[in-house]
Write a protein that binds this ligand. Sequence first.
Ligand code: FMN
Length: 325
Amino acid sequence: MNLKTSYLGLELESPIVVGSSGLTLSLNNIKKFAGYGAGAIVLKSLFEEQIMFETKNSLESYDTYQHPEALDYLKSIARDQSIMNYLDLIQEAKKAVSVPIIASINCVSDNKWTEFAGDLENAGADALELNIFITDFQKLNSSQIEDLYIKIIEDVKGNTGLPIAIKVSYFFTNLPRVLLKLGYTGVNGLVLFNRYYSPDIDIENLKVTSGSYFSSPDEVIVPLRWIGMIADSVSCDISATTGVHTAVEAIKLFMVGATTVQICSTLYKNGIDYLKNIVQDLANWMKDHNYNSIDQIRGILKSKSTEEQKLFSRTQYMRHYSKQE
Ligand SMILES: Cc1cc2nc3c(=O)[nH]c(=O)nc-3n(C[C@H](O)[C@H](O)[C@H](O)COP(=O)(O)O)c2cc1C
């Protein structure tokens, strides 16, 4: 079965990408993922603060790092996962496997860390995924926040010729418009959507607790909805992340226009070799339904951005809600 897919200008053997997490920090796992049929592997993100700290840049502009506990934390991650180790991991992975290796940086500003993108390219990374989440809600209004996303992209592009994908959340004032705007910056891909740590509340002990680190398959409806809505209007690739636990969610996302899907929680829950099942189930489903390539199913159910389609959606919406007692 031909699962070949082009993503960020790279040729992938399959559209199932291993998403960024602690699972992609070891060479051993990377070799296993390559053997299990991963199309590409996104390495665990480095934090921009960590890059600034280790490259001896000032951390003064980071409010959070004025706190001694935060600085201690930064020192401890620099010890466990230094940026030099990260560059070594890229080099070793490139020698060991032929699957594309995508470096990842979690960033919040256009500070000098952007120069580090060139080091990732020199180490041999095939592409760079930028996980951007600007939360400066008090200082910046929504259009300033959106402008900062674009400034970060421009600065990184000025420092590397690597293909770039932008991983974002769905917390924007006018999400489809922002996604289209990001798509026009010349990035090669949008990764939709990041899933953030969410707090929960323990009502017996009156405590703030941590929500689940891992997603459930139901959560796929969020990328499904928005990717379906914008896929017809963006020219860059779209990689879907959040809620892909089996081949079923992956197939749905391809149908609404995703180029690739990324998986993470399912590998934590079911073990990393579960990747093999997802790739095999996808191939079996395609064979059973007489499809010879992913291109034949990609986008067959995406929304068309025509006036007629908008009217159709509105009519469906009214019909659906008028049925409720
Ligand atoms: C333990 C853990 C660590 C993660 N670390 C990162 C990270 O470093 N960078 C990043 O962009 N996403 C990170 N993610 C988010 C995942 O890449 C993914 O986008 C998210 O979990 C949603 O996909 P899923 O439903 O397949 O889990 C992490 C997720 C988990 C569960």
